[in-house]
Design a protein around this ligand. Sequence first.
Ligand code: NI
Length: 229
Amino acid sequence: MQKSRPLSSILASEQVPAHLARAVIEEKLRNAILDGRLPSGMALRQQELATLFGVSRMPVREALRQLEAQSLLEVVPHKGALVAALIGEDAVDTYALRLLLETEALRQSIPLLEPEDIALARHYIELLEKQNSHAEIGRLNRLFHMALYAKATNKKLLHFIEVELNEEERFLRFHLSSMGLGKLTQDDHRALADAASDKAVDAAIGVLERHLNKASETIKNYLNRRSDV
Ligand code: NI
């Protein structure tokens, strides 16, 4: 249904000064992709956007290139720039796997954590508090979690976790923009650091379960809603 809506009904045009055109167009498209107004698979055409914003194709092409670099667009031969899928059907599986791997990492790591490790984790929580850039939030979230797993004795386990956390950086963009999960997530992060500091392994695992299940539920709801459209 949404796919048939013309671009002009989704993105209000405005007279953009030429020197700001790329930045303004990039920002408008990014927001519309992240909040779902531009659905995945939708083709964005340079000429259509240039007409809408009353600019030449050059700033449009540049804006699309930036969004492609942020993996928000996918350039497909003969089809052009398509809005990328932010969440694949495998996202729920990713969270289930994270839960298995990360609870084990906590179990191994917590007894061996030093006060410096906890301090580092808390430092990332504080940095997250001040951060607005989605990419940076994704990175700090990964570093926070890894700080608490750092002393896990199975290094191969840590490697697998890092791969899954990198995956999650993609989903996070989506959460943050459409769910406003930021605050809730930080409460979990604090509870997790506290439990780790107390060497309370079971409590920490409980918090982590809640933390990851929350994200997983959000994604399930989103996927269900999407298939209803
Ligand atoms: Ni987190």
